[in-house]
Design a binder for this molecule. Structure first.
Ligand code: GBH
Length: 437
């Protein structure tokens, strides 16, 4: 049913789990600043200063990974831990040692790492120079990426450059609810997103020309997508330009154009990395706003189907079948790529529920949908990564929203990890499907 080399994984991100925000020479990131600078941004004014303390308790995470029987583990590197001011002028050797320890630890247990270079945590020093809005960021990211390929690429074979450029651009630069907290609707997110794609493409080309022959890995970027049905054909540039005209914006197109002089962006994904959480019904309309914004440009309204249960956070309607539909859509619109589902999960809020039966059912249902996508629709799915290995710092929701397969006691100095029922269920699914493949 699943190919025998199918990747069974779980994921995390540096800022969400590591803590050690000032340990051993790490530089500050925009999330350190975002949480510390001002009250009212994050639930309970919490922050990731310590979080799961994976910087010190990494061995505990490895035990969790082994208990689940994972074949793969997705982690992200903290740019500012490796390069405190964001540039290769100064390398923090303690940071290099930390990630070497993690990667070697995984490999020693026969677990393959999938490494994300950027999961929302830009070095503050680079934000001070304009961050993702500044064109020069692409070259700086490329240098960081090359440094990582050079340092870890002998052992890491699956790379993701940037996690969810859309989310990072919109929440960080349009809505202001993620770091760097900018609220510049209709303009900054397009610029930031544009530069993220340029940065990704540069890094892919660097890998392709310098490292691929010897390291033999694959590089992509993680795209978050809901399943939207039915969708209405919409060409991004014409939609944005039409709204500019309607609202009397006379500058040049708010959606930057890619230059022919720069490395091509088309073709810079060796596989499709999909983060899928939820679905929406979509209806025309929503573009009648009076001000420039991505919502106005998009001119579509999202509606929840009342039959879809909401779990934990309000945005998460549980729709496992949407994943299968999306996989099929990707197969036909993207020329049948290899697909890794790099994130998928179910959250809990409120009182602790170690026997999380609903989430266990969710994983069972979802993995079945993936099986059907492979078997009945012929989608080339290569792996599935549950989000997340551990309860962690859930960005603006702080520690109030729990996505882990392991419960983490944030009141305990040792941040005790404890497997949820859903962790047991996922481990069971993995071992059963492994015997069938
Ligand atoms: C992922 O994004 C992130 O990659 C991961 O770090 C995170 O822990 C995980 O989701 C769970 O949230 O607050 O109503 O404006 C998934 C895409 C996009 C889903 C933003 C939630 C916020 C909606 N996310 N969205 S709202």
């Amino acid at each position: 049913m699943f190919p025998c080399d199918f990747a069974w994984g779980a994921g995390t991100a540096a800022y969400q789990i590591e803590g050690g925000w000032q340990a051993d020479g790490k530089g500050p990131s925009i999330w350190d600043t975002f949480c510390h600078e001002k009250k009212g941004r994050v639930f309970g004014d919490q922050n990731g200063d310590v979080s799961c303390n994976s910087y010190e308790l990494w061995e505990k995470d490895l035990e969790c990974i082994q208990q689940l029987g994972l074949t793969h583990y997705r982690l992200s590197l903290s740019w500012a831990r490796l390069l405190p001011d964001g540039t290769t002028r100064h390398v923090n050797q303690k940071g290099v040692q930390y990630y070497n320890k993690v990667i070697d630890g995984l490999l020693a247990c026969n677990v393959s790492p999938m490494v994300t270079l950027y999961h929302f945590d830009l070095p503050q020093a680079l934000q001070d120079q304009g961050g993702w809005k500044s064109p020069g960021i692409a070259t700086l990211f490329d240098s960081y990426a090359k440094f990582c390929f050079q340092t870890f690429g002998d052992r890491v074979k699956l790379w993701l450059t940037i996690n969810e450029p859309y989310v990072c651009a919109k929440l960080g630069h349009e809505d202001g609810i993620h770091a760097p907290g900018l609220k510049e609707p209709g303009i900054a997110a397009y610029l930031a997103g544009h530069n993220m794609l340029r940065a990704h493409a540069m890094a892919w080309h660097s890998y392709n020309s310098t490292y691929r022959a010897t390291q033999k890995g694959a590089v992509s970027l993680a795209i978050n997508s809901d399943w939207l049905e039915p969708s209405r054909a919409e060409i991004m540039r014409s939609a944005i330009d039409a709204q500019s005209k309607k609202l009397g914006y006379n500058g040049s197109s708010r959606l930057p154009s890619f230059s022919k002089e720069e490395p091509a962006i088309l073709g810079t994904a060796d596989f499709f990395a999909l983060n899928y959480y939820t679905s929406r019904k979509v209806e025309p309309g929503g573009g009648c706003g009076k001000a420039l914004s991505m919502k106005t440009d998009r001119d579509a309204a999202e509606v929840l189907d009342p039959s879809w249960p909401i779990c934990g956070v309000s945005w998460l309607a549980v729709v496992p079948y949407g994943l299968r539909k999306l996989l099929k859509y990707i197969k036909y619109t993207c020329n049948n790529p290899a697909v890794y589902i790099t994130e998928n999960g179910f959250s809990q809020v409120g009182p602790l529920q170690i026997e999380d039966v609903q989430r266990s059912e969710f994983y069972k249902d979802t993995v079945l949908e993936v099986a059907k996508a492979i078997q009945e629709d012929g989608v080339n799915v290569r792996g599935y990564f549950a989000w997340s290995l551990l309860d962690n710092f859930e960005w603006a929701d702080g520690f109030s929203v729990r996505f882990g397969l392991f419960h983490v006691d944030f009141a305990d100095a040792n941040r005790r990890r404890r497997m949820y029922h859903s962790g047991r269920e996922y481990a069971k699914l993995i071992s059963e499907y492994k015997t069938l493949s």
